[in-house]
Design a protein around this ligand. Structure first.
Ligand code: C5P
Length: 231
């Protein structure tokens, strides 16, 4: 079956070698991979390079945050790799710096709003203003998009709300927290199926454990692709 690049497989395995093994196992069925911070400290950039050389698309999930000049320099360095997506925190000064850093490359800058692992108490401890998390997520998404972000990372539940923003017209929404029907939610609290995420306005879904921890990762991918094809 041909790859469906709405599916991004998270390569959250211990090292680049195991990452490559999984990529080989999934072969032509998967065209898009996410490399996160864990992998970055164990050969992730070299892995990203190998993946782009064999024609795969790569999403580097670095969630950058720093003063503007440092973000710009870091992103300019990463822009030399042939990456598709890069995440930064959605603070407008960070987004603007990332856009400046990527120059005229095609690397899309995606903004993280509020990490889904945080609750209201965590936000209080970080001195983030009062209010419902959902409202803060929506406002941060809006400000990041206005600052020039090419898209946002969001939970499947928030996707519909963000998609409805005028600022989100033509922008990308990428959702983790997706579970194929009938599989384990792991530590993800608010999961949705691939079909719900896409119907809520997501352009891409990110799925990790249900694939790389499966007895048969290739069959797991085929089931997800069948679910996507039926939308
Ligand atoms: O294994 P699982 O499918 O839960 O992996 C989801 C991926 O998406 C992980 O790489 C995780 O770090 C990432 N992620 C997430 N929730 C967010 C942002 C990123 O689960 N809000």
């Amino acid at each position: 079956m041909q790859a469906d690049d709405r599916l991004i497989v998270a390569l959250d395995v211990p090292n680049a070698l195991e990452g490559l093994r999984l990529v080989e196992k999934l072969g032509d069925e998967v065209s898009f991979y996410k490399i996160g911070l864990g992998m970055l400290t164990s050969g992730g950039l070299a892995l990203a390079n190998e993946l782009t050389e064999i024609g795969k698309r790569v999403f580097l999930d670095m969630k950058l945050f720093d003063i503007g000049q440092t973000v710009e320099n870091a992103v300019a360095g990463l822009a030399q790799f042939d990456l598709d997506f890069l995440t930064v925190h959605g603070d407008p000064h960070v987004v603007r710096a990332a856009i400046a850093g990527r120059g005229d490359t095609n690397m899309k800058i995606l903004a993280v709003t509020i990490l889904t692992s945080l609750d209201r108490n965590d936000l209080d401890m970080s001195m983030i203003r009062d209010g419902e998390i959902q409202d803060i997520v929506l406002e941060r998404a809006r400000l990041a998009l206005l600052a020039g972000a090419d898209g946002v990372i969001s939970s499947p539940q928030e996707a519909a709300m963000i998609r409805a923003l005028p600022e989100a017209a033509g922008k990308l929404i990428v959702t983790p927290g997706v579970r194929p029907t009938g599989t384990n939610a792991h530590d993800q609290k608010r999961v949705a199926s691939p079909a719900v995420a896409i119907n809520n306005g997501a352009d891409h879904i990110v799925i990790g454990r249900p694939i790389y921890q499966a007895q048969d990762p290739l069959s797991a991918v085929r089931l997800i692709k069948a679910e996507l094809a039926a939308i």
